[in-house]
Design a protein around this ligand. Structure first.
Ligand SMILES: [Mg+2]
Length: 110
């Protein structure tokens, strides 16, 4: 089977189409932004719990929850008219010249 690839713009379009069909809102006045942010947090927490319990594949698995989180982020970005591809590319370029002080951070670094 041929694997198709999609840009974030393509995925956002699909997600917005489904959001309209399912009644999740597609305009800023149709959503509650803090609630959508909380739902993104919720999916990230579900991903953490799945990973913690070594449930990587399948329903409610780590992979699925990561996908849920990204879908919710793309839905929020699409509803607010944020070009998330542009934002990400801009940040990657910004981070290229950025340095982190690993001595001050309690974070794994290789
Ligand atoms: Mg989920």
């Amino acid at each position: 089977m041929k694997k198709t690839s999609h840009t974030l713009k393509d995925l956002t379009k699909l997600i917005m189409h489904q959001a309209k069909e399912k009644g999740f809102g597609t305009k800023p006045e149709e959503i509650n932004v803090p609630e959508k942010i909380a739902l993104i947090h919720s999916e990230i927490s579900e991903a953490y719990e799945a990973y913690r319990n070594k449930k990587i594949e399948g329903r409610n698995g780590f992979k699925e929850e990561m996908g849920d989180a990204i879908q919710r982020i793309l839905h929020l970005a699409g509803t607010l008219g944020i070009d998330i591809e542009e934002v990400i590319i801009k940040k990657i370029k910004k981070n290229k010249g950025r340095k982190w002080n690993w001595e001050k951070l309690n974070e794994k670094h290789v």
